[in-house]
Design a protein around this ligand. Structure first.
Ligand code: UDP
Length: 200
């Protein structure tokens, strides 16, 4: 099946390449409809467990345009149901492919989250690997509620096409859902500990 249903959460049974194509299409500046729900989330079994108890998180996932299976857990869950998962489309493996496509098709990224300096280091690391990659801005994920409007302003002013938020699940997905009207980047995704992984 193209969509898998886990406890009422539809998970896309897709491939890494297809997910990147979707991200590029969804952030296409020439697409007038690109402000439609273009939120993307990655889920593992732990996330599904949280979604079962937390209605706000469940709503955030249900409001997402794409929910992708992160890690081996969903794969095992599928096998147990006799379903074939096409690919484990996790954020860590997707990120370099996304950066390559973004560099080639001129989409800019904003990296929000992780400890101070980490998002900037991850951005620099990826720009070394993909020199044409445009990073519209970075910001750490440790700010007060009072700074939230300024953070959103910084993101919007940057003109980024794709916003990656690394606060961990479910916080990042709840935050994206809460501020979906205010945030201008057409594509927004929660990416967990991704920047820590690519900062060194
Ligand atoms: N984080 C953040 N602000 C916070 C709490 C966490 O930016 O208030 C960051 C943290 O530094 C780390 C990421 O969120 O980079 C969480 O990573 P984790 O691997 O725990 O998330 P998961 O991938 O399990 O969702």
């Amino acid at each position: 099946p193209r969509v898998l249903n886990f406890f009422g959460i539809p998970i896309q049974n897709t491939s890494m390449a297809e997910a990147v194509d979707w991200l590029m299409a969804a952030s296409d500046p020439s697409d007038p409809g690109r402000r439609a729900s273009r939120q993307l989330a990655f889920v593992n079994p732990d996330c599904l467990n949280i979604a079962w108890r937390d209605a706000d998180y469940r709503d955030a996932l249900l409001a997402s345009a794409r929910v992708l299976p992160d890690g081996i857990g969903i794969h095992i869950g599928c096998r147990m149901q006799g379903l074939a998962l096409r690919e484990n489309v996790n954020g860590t493996d997707l990120f370099p492919l996304l950066c390559a496509a973004a560099a080639q098709q001129s989409r800019s990224l904003f990296l929000l989250g992780a400890r101070p300096g980490i998002a900037a280091a991850a951005a620099e690391h990826m720009q070394q690997r993909y020199p044409a990659l445009r990073v519209a801005g970075t910001r750490d994920g440790y700010f007060d509620a009072a700074d939230e409007p300024a953070v959103i302003e910084q993101i919007n002013q940057s003109g980024a096409d794709i916003l990656l938020v690394a606060f961990g699940a479910p916080r990042q997905d709840l935050w994206l859902q809460q501020h979906r009207q205010a945030l201008k980047p057409p594509v927004r995704m929660g990416v967990g500990g991704l920047f820590d992984f690519y900062s060194g």
